[in-house]
Write a protein that binds this ligand. Structure first.
Ligand SMILES: [Zn+2]
Length: 153
């Protein structure tokens, strides 16, 4: 008989990202374009976390994150656990650390920023205070909440 608590399927090989704050799971999928990659993905949104919190969880088959990519997960989920799965077993647990800088991923939301109109990669310093992540533009030195920068294209 199947366990009733099992809300998402086990995967053979791949990655399970756990302890994602509720609402950020979709952002992670979009950021890594996982929804377009064609891999089998199982997601759980608003699952019960510890202490009556809600969390998201993502299982991706046949995808492994390198250290740089894992650190980008921390931008969305500072307390995430990245579980590496091989043959249905967790062979490695990564607790991603925030990167100190991030380059070539996001553009500066400041319309007057010198980075626009120049052939340069958007470059930000990453700062975290009390769980709130802010990105400071290398070019105009303005600081923005992570969410603003993410939603700016
Ligand atoms: Zn800027």
């Amino acid at each position: 008989m199947e366990k009733l608590t099992m809300t998402v399927e086990a995967i053979k090989n791949g990655t399970v990202i756990d302890h994602i704050p509720a609402g950020q799971g979709l952002n992670i999928l979009r950021h890594f374009r996982l929804d377009e990659a064609g891999n089998r993905i199982t997601v759980g949104f608003n699952l019960s976390g510890s202490k009556n919190t809600r969390k998201d969880l993502i299982k991706i088959e046949d995808v492994h994150f390198n250290d740089e990519e894992a650190s980008r997960i921390a931008l969305f989920a500072p307390k995430a656990t990245v579980n590496v799965i091989e043959n249905f077993k967790v062979v490695k647990k990564i607790r991603p650390q925030l990167p100190t800088t991030i380059k070539g991923i996001f553009n500066c939301p400041n319309h007057n920023c010198a980075s626009h109109g120049e052939p340069v990669d958007g470059t930000f310093f990453v700062k975290s205070n009390d769980g709130v992540t802010r990105l400071k533009c290398f070019y105009c030195e303005k600081s923005y909440p992570m969410d603003w920068v993410m939603s700016y294209r």
